[in-house]
Design a binder for this molecule. Structure first.
Ligand code: ATP
Length: 348
């Protein structure tokens, strides 16, 4: 059982606060992804869990044991970092076997585990090669295989696929998901790639300026962003926002159209995802198309709504050209509302 509990963890570097009072529990065997823009504190949090950084405040517990005062090797974790510390003077086999040798695993078991994980990572053909003779992407796979071979209670990964080309990255993402679903490890995975996060995670913790702003399943984060930041960060293209003026009990005027909304009685922000609208002949949000980009299955229309940038993803056979006046009708149940001051979601 390796539940990970982070209790009131803060990290200061001089006068700069990289993490503010982080509380989070990661369940046994859960795959948690830390997602956020560069500099939001993801790596710092991972390093604190790993024991490579000490928290300025707070506690880290793994499997019911307080570990923030223990060195990394006593925490029962395996790590894969961006700079994959693969030893160039060792063969791929010995690199993968490294941790197992340290823990005096019998030779037959070492061979079984190295062969199995090398196969999973598609590097079995390189086992006899020196790691110095591998490409960056191949070395990265060796680093992942080495961590998996330990069959650790906890596996921590910091952008482990960052050096792979797009196609291999896609393939490895699926492999990694399969491998970890079968393993007994609790996993924490750092990325700034939202597609990777959505694809891999049981839950995503979205980080912003040293805070966890939402920790929920990928679909929840996507459909019901807790804050405006999450709605604007997740999704490509991101959520659209428009000012909403109260126009009656539970009603708001948005770009000239009346919508049912929360009962706050004060101005809010109306939010809608670009793919959550259909083109109609009348009604809906009035937009003027500015740029039309064919994306294969869809058209991405960048438009203008009363001076606000607004995007819609419409069917590829829709005939839209720049300058067209569009009527975009939100799909039922898809509009969201945010408080313009606190930037938090308001339930409708
Ligand atoms: P990236 O995706 O770019 O790796 P990140 O979200 O992982 O970003 P962190 O590496 O955790 O971000 O850094 C968070 C903040 O803390 C950044 O502003 C960074 O400059 C700062 N920081 C990290 N380590 C140190 C340090 N040793 N001394 C001073 N500031 C630091």
């Amino acid at each position: 059982m390796a539940v990970i509990e982070i209790k009131g963890v803060a990290k200061h570097f001089g006068s700069f606060t990289a993490l503010h009072n982080i509380d989070m529990t990661i369940d046994d065997k859960e795959f948690m992804v830390l997602l956020g823009a560069s500099g939001c504190g993801k790596t710092t949090l991972l390093r604190i869990i790993a024991g490579l950084e000490t928290p300025s405040q707070g506690e880290v517990w793994i499997g019911g044991r307080r570990v923030d005062n223990l060195p990394p090797r006593q925490r029962g974790i395996a790590m894969v970092f961006q700079n994959y510390a693969v030893f160039p003077h060792l063969t791929v086999f010995e690199n993968i076997a490294f941790g197992l040798r340290m823990s005096k695993t019998p030779q037959a078991e070492v061979e079984r585990r190295v062969n199995r994980t090398a196969e999973l990572m598609h590097i079995e053909q390189f086992l006899k090669r020196y790691s110095g003779q591998l490409s960056g992407g191949q070395r990265q796979r060796v680093a992942v295989a080495r961590a998996l071979a330990m069959e650790p209670e906890v596996i921590l990964m910091d952008e482990p696929l960052s050096n792979l080309d797009a196609l291999l990255r896609l393939e490895m993402r699926a492999e990694l998901k399969g491998v970890l679903a079968e393993s007994k490890s609790t996993a924490i995975y750092v990325t700034h790639d939202q597609v990777e996060a959505m694809s891999l995670a049981d839950r995503i913790a979205v980080m912003h300026k040293g805070h966890i702003v939402q920790a929920a399943t990928p679909i929840e984060v996507y459909r019901n962003p807790a804050t405006r930041f999450v709605g604007g960060f997740i999704g490509n293209p991101p959520m659209n926002f428009l000012p909403a003026q109260p126009s009656g009990p539970n009603r708001f005027s948005v770009a000239g159209e009346s919508f049912g909304g929360p009962s706050t009685g004060r101005p809010l922000e109306f939010a809608i995802r670009p793919e959550d609208m259909t083109l109609a002949d009348s009604g809906g949000i009035r937009a003027t198309a500015r740029v039309v980009e064919p994306l294969g299955p869809h058209l991405l229309v960048t438009a203008d709504v009363d001076g606000t940038l607004f995007r819609a993803v419409v069917e590829s056979d829709a005939r839209v050209v720049p300058g067209d006046r569009l009527n975009l009708v939100p799909l039922p149940g898809r509009a969201r509302w945010f408080d313009p001051e606190t930037e938090t979601a308001i339930p409708a």
